[in-house]
Design a protein around this ligand. Structure first.
Ligand SMILES: [Zn+2]
Length: 295
């Protein structure tokens, strides 16, 4: 199984999907391949470090997390080589072209990305919203070989088909109250690993997140402190999503943006950790059957 995680910022992966990827990796071993792509330079989110310093530190933090999590990660580069600026990501032809190239190069079975809010009252983070919208807009173009040959020249007389992934939206803490889910994965067995990976993001959890105040958190004094804070975050998310369990969960919603999977495929591929009581499997089964239409 090949999974690609595309999101806006350093640390978005660890807070939304790292546990599930970890479970898949331990159950599939070398049959599992994953990549994390971050779409902004990460230079905006700090209060006493310069933009340049922040970007450099964040990159290093993600690199350490990737070593612990055993995934490869890269920054998304626009066709001219620049990494998009944090805090002002927009859906542009250049951003779509870069995403298209990155997805086609990896050819994942599953692509994970941020969700689009269904409710206009839901809050958003501009960069999360732009990634979600861009993935949705580029999805049909994944198997259109000449869509971005002006940016990435190729022999336009020879084309081979490109696999279109199933596109799955993750939870988004910035649209608090606007989240929904189809499947809930019990990632408790990966909780310690998630703690270690998130702990790598020191400039976020020790400095920025407590300062910006959006996440209702105290500055942790050490990793045990952070472990307790992380547990409270998972508990709060469970309450928001109506999941009655002391375990840590990650939740996902299947979109029709890319390949539409069969229900049995989702059930089989995410069997590891799939919690039936905490998921909305009937709703997913009905929706996928409706999207497939009658045989
Ligand atoms: Zn983010």
């Amino acid at each position: 199984m090949k999974t690609l995680f595309v999101h806006a910022h350093y640390d978005d992966y660890e807070f939304t999907a790292a546990g599930t990827f970890e479970l898949l990796r331990s159950s599939l071993n070398e049959q599992f391949q994953s990549k994390v792509i971050i779409c902004t330079d990460g230079e905006a989110g700090h209060h006493f470090r310069t933009r340049e310093e922040t970007g450099r530190i964040r990159f290093e933090e993600q690199r350490r997390s990737a070593q612990i999590g055993g995934y490869c990660f890269e920054l998304l580069r626009l066709p001219d080589g620049r990494v998009p600026r944090e805090a002002c990501l927009r859906v542009t032809p250049e951003f779509l072209a870069a995403l298209w190239k990155a997805i086609r190069d990896f050819e994942p079975d599953y692509l994970f990305c941020p969700p689009l809010p269904a409710d206009p009252l839901a809050g958003v983070h501009v960069d999360h919203l732009a990634v979600a919208q861009a993935v949705r807009e580029v999805a049909y173009m994944i198997n259109v070989p000449h869509a971005f040959t002006p940016e990435y020249p190729a022999d336009e007389t020879v084309s081979k088909p490109c696999k279109v992934p199933v596109i799955i939206a993750v939870y988004d803490g910035y649209m608090f109250g606007g989240n929904t889910h189809d499947i809930a994965i019990d990632v408790e067995p990966a909780f310690e690993k998630i703690t270690q990976m998130t702990w790598c993001h020191q400039s976020q959890i020790m400095e920025w997140l407590p300062w910006v105040g959006r996440h209702r958190m105290e500055t942790p004094r050490n990793i045990d402190d952070w472990c307790a804070t992380l547990r409270r975050r998972f508990d709060r998310k469970n309450r928001e999503l109506g999941i009655d369990s002391p375990h840590a969960f990650e939740v996902f919603t299947v979109t029709a943006w890319g390949e539409i999977p069969q229900y049995s495929q989702i059930e089989r591929d995410f069997a590891v950790g799939l919690d039936r009581a905490a998921s909305h499997l009937d709703q997913l089964r009905d929706r996928l059957a409706r999207w497939h239409g009658p045989d």
